[in-house]
Design a protein around this ligand. Structure first.
Ligand code: C5P
Length: 231
């Protein structure tokens, strides 16, 4: 029997990345971050000076995308990401990519092309998959589906603190406004908008730290009839 899949959806800054890393570590799951696929397309488009609003161009980049993710404990992110032979992990979080990624992800044709590439990584199970449509579109049959939420102010403060720690400076108002713009595009688009998946465990993370959030999910996972995938 395939191992279980855990999906983790939620808006920017709801804690998906931190929580999914804890789940991967505690439950021995492989982490698949579907945001990396959209960020990779955005990175290629920015690098080649292509217009992110052009759906056909974006879909062409998505179709040619070769993305590999390797664990790398020597890096803060714990991962090395290779896109079309370039080592790009940090570049995927540049202001240029942040500025266009939701426009790229809005195109139905881009999502259609990337979906099978994402599903490919989930077939054997034993995976925690994070994103915006992981539990609604990518893998609705997941054994555990989770939706993380938090108020925009709390989410912007988290990003602000992270950025300050990493770069020494950060502009809270700018982060809040960019985040609200991405939220608006991600929830308002026609194809695979950000929604609470049917049957999901919804966790409001405003007053919880990542360990406490992960603990709730681990409890749900351990209650599965067959968490080890044994026949
Ligand atoms: O999760 P992350 O912030 O890395 O995602 C970057 C952007 O990629 C999101 O704001 C969203 O526009 C897009 N995305 C998406 N569907 C996913 C994952 C990410 O549309 N499953």
């Amino acid at each position: 029997m395939p191992l279980p899949v855990v999906t983790l959806d939620g808006p920017v800054g709801s804690g998906k990345t931190t929580v999914s890393r804890i789940l991967a570590r505690e439950l021995g799951l492989v982490l698949v971050d579907t945001g990396l696929f959209y960020r990779s397309v955005a990175w290629v488009m920015d690098r080649q000076g292509l217009d992110a609003d052009d759906e056909q161009l974006a879909a062409g980049v998505a179709a040619d995308l070769a993305i590999q993710v390797h664990p790398d404990p020597s890096r803060a992110s714990g991962q090395r990401v290779i896109v079309n032979t370039h080592d790009v992990r940090d570049d995927l979080y540049s202001p240029e990519v942040e500025g266009i990624v939701s426009d790229v992800a809005r195109h139905p044709e881009v999502r259609r092309v990337l979906l099978p590439k994402q599903r490919e990584t989930l077939r054997v199970g034993g995976v925690v998959v994070a994103g915006r449509d992981a539990g609604t579109v990518v893998w609705p049959q997941a054994e555990v589906k989770v939706y993380l939420d938090a108020s925009p102010e709390v989410r912007a403060r988290r990003k602000h603190r992270e950025q300050e720690a990493a770069e020494g400076e950060s502009d809270y108002e700018q982060i809040l406004s960019l985040m609200q713009n991405r939220d608006r595009i991600d929830t308002g688009r026609k194809t695979a908008p950000l929604r609470v998946p049917e049957g999901a465990l919804v966790i409001d993370t405003d007053a919880l730290d990542a360990e406490a959030v992960a603990a709730q999910i681990i409890t749900a996972y351990r209650q599965l009839p067959n968490p080890d995938g044994a026949p």
